[in-house]
Design a protein. Structure first.
Length: 176
């Protein structure tokens, strides 16, 4: 039917954000259900995949691309995010600097012309709420203003991690 056409069989998702915000941990937690505190060294693949089934029974395969640390050295090649149907832009709720970097990435993506992608703004390390320095309101407000989905999660405890990726798939399926 018509609805079926909205959800592609595969969705390429790029994960962006400052070094240390938990991008690798988030990708690993989602795709393998594990948390390795020193994850960077163990991924060893350019992307991880996981199938997602929506409440209405339709499913899609998410290809989650990690930057492999490139963000430390230079701005990312547009080649990395070209063709992505989804972008997950991550910051650490204990780091205002990482929130500013996340905003930079959003602008970078828009300049790179991936306007048709679904963008998800993610405040990670929700488990460190005692050291929070970016309010939930600030994240939500920025996301609303930039037509993005907003989710706070913890790759460490797995709290809300599924929601990050499922909300992206739901947006493609035509409903939030
Ligand atoms: P990346 O550079 O953005 O890929 O970040 P990593 O995934 O390598 O994680 C950076 C550091 O943050 C590691 O020491 C992780 O153990 C830690 N980390 C990642 N996610 C979380 C989280 O949700 N909560 C906490 N407390 N630490 C996290």
């Amino acid at each position: 039917g018509l609805l079926q056409q909205g959800l592609p069989p595969r969705i390429k998702v790029v994960v962006l954000g400052d070094a240390g915000v938990g991008k690798s941990c988030l990708a690993l937690r989602f795709s393998r259900g594990t948390f390795d505190p020193c994850s960077r060294a163990t991924v060893g693949a350019s992307f991880l995949t996981k199938s997602v089934t929506l409440p209405d029974g339709r499913s899609t395969k998410l290809e989650v691309w990690d930057t492999a640390g490139q963000e430390r050295y230079h701005s990312l090649a547009p080649l990395y995010y070209r063709g992505a149907q989804g972008a997950v832009i991550v910051y650490d709720i204990t780091s205002p600097t990482s929130f500013e970097r996340a905003k930079f990435w959003v602008e970078e993506l828009r300049r790179g012309g991936i306007d048709s992608a679904v963008l998800v703004l993610v405040g990670n390390k929700k488990d460190l709420w005692e050291g929070r320095e970016v309010s939930e309101e600030a994240g939500q407000e920025y996301a609303d203003r930039n037509r993005m989905i907003f989710v706070e999660c913890s790759a460490k405890t797995s709290d809300n991690v599924t929601e990050v990726f499922e909300s992206l798939a739901r947006a493609w399926a035509g409903g939030l």
